[in-house]
Design a protein. Structure first.
Length: 444
C-alpha cells in the first residue's frame, strides 16, 4: 500500500477552527505563529456573527475582507440610488461614481426588464424513439407538474412557478434527451427551488412516462426499459432573464472630452471603440471585463452569485457564435445612445441576502428592492463602469486615472509611513503613477 503524500491530512473538516489554523500554519506558513495571528486578526468580535460567517463555507479559517464602497448619485428610472460595491480594485468605485454623476445631469439611466424566465434541465437516456416522446409530451408534462405541485404551491401563490416544459435531443448523443423546464422564481434567485423541482421530476419520470405510454396504447411499451435519469440541475444560462440599461443624449451635450476632443469627436471615438469590441474577441473580453467590474461588485455586495452571473454573461456574449461586447452604441440624427442587454438571475430573498450582515445592509441602502429592481440597478452600474472605462481609453488613456487610484496601494506595498501619504498625493497629482516612480520618490 502506497504511503500518503507529504503534508497529507485526513479528517481536516472535523478539526476545530483553531486546530485547522494551527495545522495550516505549521505545514505551510513561513512563521506559524505570525500566520495564526494574521488569520485570527480578522475574526469578528461578535461570536454569533462569526459563527454565521463560518457556516457560509467549509473549512473556514478566517474572514477574507473586501472593501464595501458606495457609488452615489445613480439616477435610475428617475430614482436616485447610492450603490454599494464590494470590490478590491481601487479605480472601479470612483469610475462608476463619476459616470453616475455625469449621466445624472443628462437624464440618468433608463432600464427595461426584457424577461425573467430561468431554466432547469433534466437529462435522461431512453431506448425509445424521440417521436414517441414528443407524442406524449403534453400528458407527460401535466403529470410531472402534478408530482411537483407540493413543492411549487408557495411560488405559485406569489405569481411564479413552472412556466413550461420542452423536450430536446442531441444528435451527437443517441438516446439522450432533456426535459427543459422554464421557471419564474420571483424575488428568489431560485436555484434551490428549481433543483428541487427537477429532482422531483427525475424520481417520477420512469413511472410517469410508463403511465403515459400505456394510456396511449403504445404496443412496444413492454419491450422498452424505463428511462435512466442522469441528472437534474438548473442552468446558469438564462437568455430570457434579461434587463436593458441605456443612456442617451444629444452629441452636443456630451461635453468636451479630456485631451481637447470636441463633443462630436468624443462621441465618434467612443462609438468606434464599442464597434471594435463588437468585432474583436480580444478587445471584447477586456471590454466585458470592465462591465463585470461594476456588475460583480454589486452582485457580491448584495449576497448574490457573481460566478453564475459571469458565466451566463459570457455565454450570452457568444450567442451568435462569436464572442462580442455586451454593450452597444449608436449615433443617429445627432443622438448618442449607449446601452447594455445583460442576463441577470438575481435574488433579494434567500441565500446570503439576509444571512450575511453586509449583504442585508447593502440591500437596505438600496431601499430593499425586489429582484427586478435589483436587476435594473446592477445593469445600470455595469453600463456606468463600461462608459467610464471606454471614455478614458479614447481620451487620456486608462493608466493616468487607474494608477493614480492605485497610489495608496503602492505606498502600502512599499512600506511608506502614513505621514508621507499626503505628500505623495500632492507630488503625483499631475504625474503618471508607477511602482518604480513611487519607489524613487520615497528614496529621493
Amino acid at each position: 500500500m502506497e504511503m500518503a503524500p507529504k503534508k497529507w491530512i485526513n479528517g481536516f473538516s472535523r478539526l476545530s477552527k483553531a486546530a485547522q489554523r494551527e495545522w495550516v500554519a505549521e505545514q505551510y506558513g513561513a512563521d506559524s505563529g505570525q500566520l495564526i495571528m494574521r488569520l485570527a486578526g480578522f475574526d469578528h468580535p461578535d461570536k454569533r456573527t462569526q459563527n454565521g460567517l463560518d457556516n457560509f463555507a467549509e473549512n473556514t479559517i478566517a474572514n477574507f475582507v473586501m472593501p464595501l464602497g458606495i457609488a452615489p448619485n445613480f439616477v435610475i428610472d428617475g430614482k436616485t440610488y447610492a450603490v454599494p460595491m464590494a470590490i478590491e480594485e481601487s479605480s472601479v468605485v470612483a469610475a462608476a461614481s463619476a459616470a453616475a454623476k455625469y449621466w445624472g445631469t443628462r437624464g440618468g439611466f433608463k432600464t427595461t426588464i426584457l424577461g425573467t424566465t430561468k431554466v432547469g434541465q433534466l437529462f435522461f437516456e431512453w431506448d425509445g424513439k424521440e417521436a414517441l416522446l414528443r407524442e406524449v409530451l403534453p400528458q407527460l408534462s401535466l403529470k410531472l407538474l402534478e408530482c411537483s405541485k407540493p413543492h411549487t404551491v408557495n411560488m405559485d401563490e406569489r405569481g411564479g412557478g413552472v412556466k413550461g416544459i420542452t423536450l430536446h435531443s442531441f444528435p451527437e448523443l443517441p438516446n439522450t434527451f432533456e426535459l427543459r423546464g422554464t421557471f419564474d422564481t420571483r424575488d428568489s434567485m431560485g436555484a434551490n427551488f428549481i433543483n428541487t423541482i427537477l429532482e422531483c421530476w427525475g424520481s417520477s419520470l420512469p413511472r410517469v412516462l410508463k403511465t403515459c405510454l400505456e394510456f396511449n396504447a403504445k404496443s412496444a411499451v413492454e419491450q422498452l426499459a424505463p428511462p435512466r435519469v442522469l441528472m437534474g440541475i438548473l442552468s446558469n444560462y438564462t437568455p430570457e432573464c434579461v434587463v436593458r440599461a441605456e443612456v442617451c443624449c444629444h452629441v452636443n451635450d456630451m461635453g468636451q472630452g479630456a485631451g481637447g476632443f470636441t463633443s462630436w469627436e468624443l462621441s465618434e471615438r467612443f462609438h468606434q471603440a464599442v464597434q471594435l469590441a463588437r468585432v474583436s474577441p480580444y478587445r471584447a473580453t477586456t471590454h466585458n471585463k470592465g462591465i463585470f467590474n461594476g456588475i460583480d461588485a454589486v452582485v457580491i455586495a448584495t449576497g448574490n452569485d457573481f460566478r453564475a452571473v459571469e458565466a451566463c454573461g459570457h455565454a450570452y456574449a457568444s450567442r451568435d457564435g462569436q464572442y462580442r461586447s455586451l454593450s452597444q452604441s449608436s449615433i443617429v440624427d445627432g443622438q448618442f445612445k449607449f446601452w447594455l442587454d445583460i442576463p441577470l438571475a438575481l435574488g433579494t430573498v434567500g441565500g446570503l441576502t439576509k444571512a450575511h450582515p453586509l449583504a442585508a445592509a447593502s440591500l437596505e441602502v438600496l431601499g430593499n428592492p425586489g429582484a427586478e429592481e435589483l436587476m435594473r440597478i446592477v445593469a445600470a452600474t455595469g453600463l456606468a463602469q463600461n462608459f467610464a472605462a471606454v471614455r478614458s481609453l479614447v481620451t487620456t488613456g486608462i493608466q493616468a486615472g487607474h494608477m493614480r487610484m492605485h497610489l495608496q496601494n503602492i505606498l502600502t506595498q512599499l512600506g511608506a509611513e502614513d505621514a508621507k501619504r499626503p505628500e505623495a498625493e500632492a507630488y503625483f497629482a499631475d504625474k503618471t503613477v508607477s511602482v518604480a516612480g513611487v519607489r524613487a520618490w520615497l528614496e529621493g
